[in-house]
Design a protein around this ligand. Structure first.
Ligand code: SF4
Length: 722
């Protein structure tokens, strides 16, 4: 017998295994990884022993012993045969990638970046990060862009995830924390309004909170154009046309106002701006709302009364209302509704947003966004700039100003004034960005592309240099989950030989760029200490959080500035008694309805909406490589109502062409009798011809710069006609 894989001896000898968290979504389920020997047959037919990390769920406060299929199979990727273990270099455009040493790859990157900056200016080198990066990596990447490269061109894929909710939360509450209360409060709500979210598929262990709420006699109202597994379990399902949920929210507030269901004491004591919001809402008569949304007046009234008459109630939004060119206003309209009902703050009542990516919350707090500095500070705030200049040991004037948002930066790649070189870390933009044909065009026009990833993703395949990075179980760091709870993700084993961590890569490039003194470490704990200092006094203040405190408290909720008290759990409910605005009051926003950037017409008669399925995560670069997940959901598809399929002569299970004004995708037709007749649904986890983002509309929200992933006009056609 031969041992193929040499694991971390500490981990291998641990009898209890390593307590850590799932690598995927923002629920960050607790799990234990235990080394186990498994017997395999090698290429020569010999029986060999390999070490493997076995997953078992933990009774952690978020998942309470539950895990979904993605979590159970997450360690399969650690030893996957597609894993990159050496840097790759392309010597000429169109040539093949070849293995290279780290020195050669890093030298080439540094020279290419310097070359591009000399020719086109500092902002011509861009950095694109990811919402799955640990807080330490997100912070290091932001610092690398602003101090190492001195470029304003940095943004990340979280822009495509939470930015609309973030902007709406900031303008209403003065703080963007996805859930401003712990998950344990959810069952205390008598009525929950869940808008554009399908946790039954995307994060199944989350459903136990709704089950508990329903056991207590509570009502769950789901707003979704599809009758999802979550909608199936609801008390009431409202099925509006994609892109009309802003109208629906305005209609619900209109009914509550008309029927005297508002909490005027709360409005007077804890809010501002109600009068203007009320004036706007007066126009949204239920009959008008029914006409636009397709939701019957009776259902609208029932939903409004269930929400308003409950002693405690919550509204939770997710990507449905947010991924629209009016995402900020849509979320604001739902916040207005909850403020008018006086249901934000007391335990069991509130407004929250369900984060998607593993560190979608922390990823946007520490400097990956083009307009933010660590601690959720504005890059235009002179005090924030002074503070960061001090932490980084640079002049304030050296810190770049705000750059372009994600899609604005990507769509300008290779164009005059746009970036000419790009570093992509943990993001697969060729699958996950909107209007993928434009993204491919931009990548091809770049002078130089570097991708740091675990596998040769669709984006890495186009790179001039590919850097192999460590996976979640091979390095430690902190993550901030959907509740704002900061968690410690621990290392369970060594990374394979030849693989570096992202922080080590960034520090090594910074060294070559002449900024080595500012990047003298790559150890997560040392970086976290700097992050604590950087965030001190900011909205997302982590200065009182330490790895030890996280361990002792099952996570710490930010903001937490109490360094001395080891028992301090942070701030689980920041809006309980006041709001972090200058006057302590939440702010109504007067918002009006406007249609989606593109609506169905004669040429493109359907709404196309995109989303996720249970077996896959984000661009699928990881989950499509897990055999069990790939077998369960092997290919991209499009859902269509059978009655519409009959009109178009489409059979269940056949390949069809779905087109929009931006491109076409080949997808497998799947009948769904519960779908609206005017809607097509396609998941976005696949690349190639089956990529749903070949079709999506990059119309941006004017405030958040969120693209309109959830609505575009499309047509569907048979292919292979006889
Ligand atoms: Fe992982 Fe999310 Fe599944 Fe939990 S719900 S196991 S965090 S993917």
């Amino acid at each position: 017998m031969t041992t193929l894989n040499v694991l971390n001896p500490d981990a291998a000898s641990a009898t209890q295994g390593t307590d850590t968290h799932c690598p995927y979504c923002a629920l960050q389920c607790g799990m234990t990884l235990t080394p186990e020997a498994i017997e395999l047959t090698d290429a020569n037919g010999h029986r060999v022993l390999d070490m493997h990390l076995e997953v078992s769920p933990r009774d952690f406060p978020t998942n309470k012993g539950g895990l979904c299929r993605k979590g159970w199979t997450s360690t399969k990727l650690l030893t996957h045969r597609d894993r990159l273990t050496t840097p790759l270099i392309r010597d000429r455009k169109g040539g093949p990638l070849r293995p290279a040493s780290w020195d050669e790859a890093l030298d080439k990157i540094a020279h290419s970046f310097q070359d591009v900056q000399q020719k086109y200016g500092r902002d011509a080198v861009g950095v694109f990060g990811g919402g799955g990066l640990t807080n330490e990596k997100a912070y290091w990447l932001g610092k690398f862009a602003r101090v190492g490269l001195k470029t304003a061109s940095i943004d990340y894929n979280g822009r495509f995830c939470m930015s609309s909710a973030a902007a709406a939360n900031n303008r209403a509450f003065g703080m963007d924390r996805g859930l401003p209360f712990p998950l344990e409060d959810i069952p205390l709500a008598e009525t929950i309004l869940l808008v554009g979210s399908n946790p039954g598929e995307t994060m199944p262990p989350f459903m136990q909170y709704f089950d508990e709420q329903k056991k207590r006699g509570g009502n769950l109202i789901v707003v979704d154009p599809r009758r999802t597994t979550t909608a199936e379990s609801a008390t009431l399902h409202l099925q509006p046309a994609p892109g009309t949920d802003l109208m629906l929210a305005l209609g619900l507030l209109h009914i509550c106002t008309r029927d005297n269901l508002l909490d005027h004491v709360f409005i007077a004591a804890r809010t501002t701006g109600y009068r203007d919001a009320k004036r706007t809402v007066a126009n949204y008569w239920p009959e008008y709302v029914e006409q636009v949304t397709g939701v019957p007046v009776a259902k609208l009234t029932e939903a409004a009364h269930l929400l308003a008459r409950a002693k405690t109630a919550m509204t939770l939004t997710a990507r449905g209302p947010e991924q629209q060119s009016k995402g900020v206003d849509t979320v604001s309209a739902f916040i207005n509704l909850m403020l008018a009902l006086g249901k934000v703050g007391p335990r069991g009542s509130g407004f929250g947003t369900l984060t998607g990516q593993g560190n979608g919350q922390g990823g946007r707090e520490h400097g990956q966004k083009c307009d933010q500095l660590p601690g959720y500070r504005s890059i235009n705030d002179p005090k924030a700039r002074e503070h960061m200049a001090q932490v980084w040991g640079v002049e304030e004037s050296e810190i770049p100003r705000a750059g372009k948002s994600a899609y604005e930066m990507l769509s300008a790649m290779g164009r005059p004034g746009g970036v000419r070189a790009l570093l992509v870390v943990a993001s697969n933009i060729v699958v996950s960005a909107p209007n993928v044909n434009e993204i491919k065009r931009g990548l091809d026009d770049l002078d130089f592309l570097v991708v740091s990833d675990l596998f040769l993703s669709e984006t890495a395949q186009r790179a001039d240099v590919v850097l192999p990075t460590a996976q979640w179980a091979e390095e430690e760091g902190t993550m901030t989950n959907l509740e704002g709870r900061v968690l410690w993700r621990k290392r369970a084993q060594e990374a394979p030989t030849g693989v570096w961590t992202d922080t080590k890569i960034l520090s090594a490039i910074a060294q070559r760029l002449g900024a080595g003194d500012k990047f003298s470490t790559s150890e997560p704990r040392e970086i976290f200490e700097e992050l604590r200092a950087a965030s001190r006094g900011g909205i997302a203040d982590y200065s009182g959080i330490s790895y030890e405190k996280i361990e002792a408290q099952d996570g710490v909720f930010w903001p937490c500035s109490d360094v001395e008290n080891a028992d301090h759990k942070g701030t689980p409910r920041p809006f309980e008694y006041s709001f972090p605005t200058p006057d302590g009051r939440a702010r109504f926003q007067a918002v009006d309805y406007r249609p989606a950037g593109e609506e169905p017409d004669e040429e493109f008669p359907f709404y196309l909406t995109t989303g996720r399925v249970m077996g896959h995560y984000q661009s699928g670069a990881q989950t499509r490589r897990v055999p069990e997940l790939a077998a369960a959901m092997p290919e991209s598809f499009v859902e269509i109502h059978p009655a519409m399929a009959q009109i178009w002569g489409i059979q269940d299970g056949e390949s069809v062409r779905v087109s929009s004004r931006r491109g076409e995708a080949i997808l497998v037709a799947k009948f769904s009798a519960t779908l609206r007749h005017d809607v097509l649904f396609a998941p976005f986890h696949w690349g190639g011809a089956g990529c749903a983002n070949l079709l999506t509309n990059p119309a941006l929200d004017p405030t958040s710069k969120m693209p309109e992933f959830k609505v575009c006009a499309a047509k569907i056609e048979k292919i292979n006609e006889p």
